[in-house]
Design a protein around this ligand. Structure first.
Ligand SMILES: Cc1cc2nc3c(=O)[nH]c(=O)nc-3n(C[C@H](O)[C@H](O)[C@H](O)COP(=O)(O)O)c2cc1C
Length: 220
């Protein structure tokens, strides 16, 4: 697959089938992930693959509680504003995102594979997210959809307990990525155009070009 196709179409793919991810596909995804950079090449990371339905079954109710907490805290104002004015384009996107994220929670046990990432002594996440994103891009190349989730942070202790993570070695939970074969189609991620969020030489100065629509696919 063309690398730009992977970069433009690796979305939060939350509607998936329960079909298992074959071992050879898992191997290519994980082996690609550990090629990623980390500060000083320390590779202080651990990846925990969960495909046991019993473990997923224990995690599902915790995930749903955590997502509920997210809606009630960090996202409360944003979602209330979106519901109050649902025709505004930004609010529409927020409501689509909420429905999709809630679908993930409601169907947590359906995802055939989860990938938990942990990093030691790196609260910035700079030495773990490149590897996680590489796993997601590799999955895209394999036709496997992924969604990065972080809400387990609201209730870490029971999750660490279920997964048997040692609590005295400095391992920090970074994310849990769901994997599964999509039920729908891949699309280009809609984002604020680059010239609206980028400057050149000085904060606020124009970038020097404008890109009103995505450059991939090239002849769209
Ligand atoms: C740091 C981080 C944390 C995230 N946490 C969650 C999460 O807990 N649950 C979830 O459903 N999606 C989560 N997401 C996925 C985002 O909602 C998603 O990337 C964003 O809405 C863009 O989606 P799109 O690529 O399909 O447009 C997270 C993404 C990032 C980068």
């Amino acid at each position: 697959m063309d690398i730009y196709e992977a970069l433009y179409t690796t979305r939060a793919m939350r509607r998936v089938k329960p079909d298992p991810i074959p071992s050879d596909v898992q191997q290519r995804i994980l082996d690609a992930a550990v090629r990623a950079p980390s500060g000083g090449n320390t590779q202080n990371w651990r990846f925990l693959v969960v495909d046991d339905p019993d473990v997923r079954g224990k995690l599902g109710p915790i995930y749903r509680r955590c997502l509920g907490m997210l809606w009630e805290t960090i996202y409360k104002d944003r979602m209330e504003a979106a519901r109050a004015n649902p025709d505004d384009p930004d609010n529409k996107q927020s409501l689509i995102m909420q429905r999709s994220a809630q679908h993930l929670a409601d169907n947590f046990e359906v995802y055939p594979m989860l990938l938990f990432s942990f990093v030691q002594y790196d609260p910035t996440g700079g030495s773990i997210f490149p590897a996680t994103w590489s796993a997601m891009l590799a999955a895209r190349a394999e036709g496997v959809g992924t969604a990065l989730t972080s809400v387990f942070m609201f209730e870490m202790d029971p999750v660490l307990e279920i997964l048997g993570v040692p609590k005295d070695q400095g391992w920090l939970f970074s994310s849990c990525v769901t994997f599964g074969y999509p039920t729908g189609r891949w699309g280009v991620a809609p984002r604020t155009p680059v010239h609206e969020v980028s400057y050149r030489n000085s904060w606020g100065a124009p970038l020097g070009f404008e890109i009103p629509k995505p450059l991939w696919p090239p002849n769209a």
